[in-house]
Write a protein that binds this ligand. Structure first.
Ligand code: AMP
Length: 365
């Protein structure tokens, strides 16, 4: 898995095979080594296959490109292009993104017989012109370049059935919205529109309201980013020694204040009792305590009346503690996102933080 790819939202269990994509596309996905769709893919692919309009709120790193290229390939595989009349159009604010999108079409469309052209600055235009003249299934372009070609009579937009606007918020930042509106108006046969944007400023919302037809709105959380000033330390240890290890770690590393995260509730109370027996000022929070008890403990911790808080992920969610010097993970969290949430408790507001993770020797080696 690539770093930064956000696969854990809803922990999707659906496989690509279950999404109903053509055999040739499934083969290309398998060749790329992907088994599970990302959350945006799992949500967008069935809706796009259904022919519906989509507003997708997702940023790069979520797998959004395959979220639209896969179902587009599936739908386009059924027909043929005519001279100078592209069947689908993907608008990208920058040439870099346009190039990435074309690479994605190449990867996933390699077992299909579809044609593609790329209209961006800097690409040898002669080749692209020949392709366009013959007719392409997929045209990927930046707005200015596309309109330039249109104005010179080299493309007709009337056969575009599927239209994708990628990174609409960046289009807005770059002043392309008027161009995009003009392009919308040229596509008189447009049957399906997909709009992707990392954020939804009101101008982008207005564009969607004006041109999209009852779009299905799909939103995925931002890929997790970690606090910058956190030092991570993995402490290899065998399972039986963990509570002793925590206790020693507090001394050795001179940790006067910390949250100690555990994957399991029973570990929470076990570690808490152990630390208390060592004379430490510790308290625990977990799902079995009622809300008022948890709140009282949190308040005491925040006020500095408790030094060590032993907690499960759920109990600690939304806990806004600024300036916590350290976080200790009794075990490796089940999901990468929990790790990011946990260590997000330290190193806040530009302060240095430390995150210690006790890991079984087996999982460290
Ligand atoms: P994107 O958000 O579209 O820029 O995609 C981010 C990266 O994730 C790309 O490099 C893709 O190759 C990769 N990717 C896309 N879909 C999947 C998937 N289902 N599983 C694993 N990696 C993927």
């Amino acid at each position: 898995q690539r770093q930064g790819l956000f696969l854990t939202d809803n922990h999707p269990t659906v496989t690509f095979a279950e999404l109903g994509l053509r055999e040739e596309i499934q083969q290309a996905i398998a060749d790329a080594g992907y088994v599970h769709p990302t959350p945006i893919q799992a949500q967008a692919i069935p809706v796009v296959l259904d022919g519906k309009d989509v507003v997708g709120i997702a940023q790069t790193g979520t797998g959004k490109t395959a979220g639209f290229t896969l179902p587009m390939l599936h739908r386009l595989a059924a027909g043929r292009a005519r001279a100078r009349m592209p069947r689908s159009l993907i608008l990208s604010p920058t040439r870099e993104l346009a190039t990435q999108i074309s690479a994605s079409f190449e990867t996933y469309g390699k077992h299909l017989n579809l044609t593609m052209a790329l209209l961006i600055g800097g690409v040898g235009m002669g080749d692209q012109e020949k392709l366009l003249e013959k007719g392409v299934d997929v045209l990927i372009a930046t707005p200015g370049r596309l309109l330039d070609w249109f104005d010179r009579g080299k493309i007709l937009m009337t056969s575009v059935e599927m239209f994708v606007i990628d990174e609409a918020d960046r289009m807005l930042d770059m002043g392309f919205i008027p161009d995009v509106e003009r392009i919308f108006q040229l596509m008189t046969k447009r049957g399906q529109t997909l709009l992707f944007s990392a954020t939804m400023p009101k101008e982008v919302r207005r564009l969607a309201d004006k041109f999209l037809n009852s779009p299905v709105e799909i939103e995925v959380a931002r890929p997790s980013t970690r606090a910058e000033k956190v030092v991570d330390v993995v402490v290899p240890i065998s399972a039986v020694e963990r509570r002793v290890a925590v206790d020693r770690l507090l001394d050795i590393e001179k940790i006067s204040n910390a949250i100690i995260f555990c994957n399991r509730k029973r570990d929470v109370s076990m570690v808490n009792k152990f630390l208390q027996r060592q004379g430490r000022n510790a308290q625990d929070i977990h799902g079995d305590l009622d809300q008022s008890q948890r709140q009282a403990t949190l308040d005491a911790f925040k006020a500095g009346k408790v030094d060590y808080l032993v907690a499960t992920d759920v109990a600690a969610r939304g806990l806004d503690i600024v300036d916590l010097p350290a976080v200790i993970n009794l075990d490796v969290p089940y999901h990468p996102d929990d790790y990011v949430h946990r260590i997000g408790r330290t190193g806040r507001a530009g302060k240095e933080g430390r995150a210690f993770t006790l890991a079984d020797r087996k999982s460290v080696m």
